[in-house]
Design a protein around this ligand. Structure first.
Ligand SMILES: *[C@@H]1O[C@H](CO)[C@@H](O)[C@H](O)[C@H]1NC(C)=O
Ligand SMILES: *[C@@H]1O[C@H](CO)[C@@H](O)[C@H](O)[C@H]1NC(C)=O
Length: 334
């Protein structure tokens, strides 16, 4: 390369007649061609490396595809699926356009709907978090001091969609950039006109074109079931239970958030601890059943219950390999 460049310059300097001009042009052409082929070769190498890198980093990401089997271990979430910045997530698609959810956050604070939130004055700390996630229709108004003011994302159960639609302007109206991620079984979420909840969401998206509404895909729902089975050894359907909104929230957060702070969630032994704090199941339902009573009822329900306590023991396992911290009450994770 270097020699040829010098030769070209030399010929240029000596150039006085036509012949040497032709020689010069020939040498120059050869040089340019060589340079081009070198650039082309380098480009091919760089592009191949890039493609290889992208492929490599994307493989664990598409968990919708069967990447289970041997690769699935208690550490899989952490080692196989690190946090991805801004990659569209195919497990959640917008209504009605079916565009994948694009989201990422350095720190997500997940605010539980539990009565544990009451009287802890965590609001100001929660509001400092770049991303604040809530569940279902849990209100902020009137509870700001305990739960904070801001909401960046809500994970919503199909059964809570009618509750949001009682205050559509508040939840979906202009100026509200909260992202809504709705989960539900196919029978309610199908997009062929027969999914009653999907139809409601499509209507809401029509009435509030700026609303950011996403639904969990059927594949992703199956994936969440599969995670339950892998972690507990129990088939979710055969055991007659439903996953909780908290389960879907944590699975989503582990894909979207680098760090997770969870407020107001009790651990799996809390309700067996002497002198535990009795609080309402939901902070916004003052007269409702005590949280532990509700949890025990669900845990033992032969059909249609949430396995809250089982789920909590899985969460504590995930917290050992993922940046998850629990506040009010704190969890001791060894
Ligand atoms: C958007 O709705 C949420 C409820 O999800 C509410 O807390 C918030 O105040 C609303 N924000 C705006 C800007 O209207
Ligand atoms: C679970 O919660 C109880 C009550 O707050 C506490 O005493 C216990 O240490 C906690 N266990 C873990 C593992 O965090």
């Amino acid at each position: 390369m270097r020699l040829e460049t010098d030769a070209v310059i030399g010929v240029f300097r000596a150039d006085k007649n036509k012949r040497s001009t032709i020689v010069c042009v020939e040498i120059r052409m050869a040089w340019i061609w060589k340079r081009k082929s070198l650039i082309a070769t380098s480009l091919i190498v760089v592009v191949s490396l890039f493609v290889a890198a992208v492929n490599y980093s994307e493989k664990p990401y598409f968990l919708l595809q069967p990447v289970f089997g041997q690769t699935f271990s208690s550490h899989w979430m952490f080692s196989k699926q690190p946090y991805k910045a801004f990659k569209p997530h195919l497990g959640y698609v917008s209504v009605p356009k079916q565009e994948p959810l694009k989201l990422h956050c350095e720190l997500c604070s997940i605010v539980s709907s539990s009565g544990q939130m009451l009287g802890q004055a965590a609001g100001p700390q929660i509001d400092q978090s770049p991303c604040i996630w809530r569940m279902n229709n849990a209100p902020t108004r009137g509870f700001e001091h305990d739960v904070g003011r801001r909401t960046t994302l809500r994970v919503v159960s199909h059964t809570s969609v009618p509750l949001l639609l009682q205050k559509p302007q508040y939840f979906f109206g202009q100026g509200n950039d909260t992202v809504y991620v709705v989960w539900g079984p196919l029978r309610n979420m199908r997009k062929d006109g027969k999914g009653i909840v999907y139809n409601m969401l499509r209507q809401a998206a029509e009435n509030y074109p700026h609303a950011r509404i996403y639904v969990t895909t059927e594949d992703r729902m199956n994936y969440c079931d599969m995670v339950f089975k892998k972690e507990t050894g129990k088939d979710r359907i055969q055991s007659g239970s439903y996953l909780s909104t908290g389960w879907f929230t944590l699975i989503l957060a582990m894909d979207m958030c680098k760090e997770i702070h969870i407020y107001g969630m009790i651990n799996d032994t809390y309700c067996k601890t002497d002198g535990y704090r009795k609080v309402p199941y939901h902070y916004y339902e003052a007269g409702s059943r005590d949280e532990c009573a509700e949890y025990l009822l669900h845990e033992s329900a032969p059909y249609g219950g949430h396995r809250f306590i089982t789920e909590k023991s899985v969460f504590s396992k995930w917290a050992k390999t993922h940046a998850i911290k629990f506040f009010n009450p704190p969890w001791q994770l060894s």
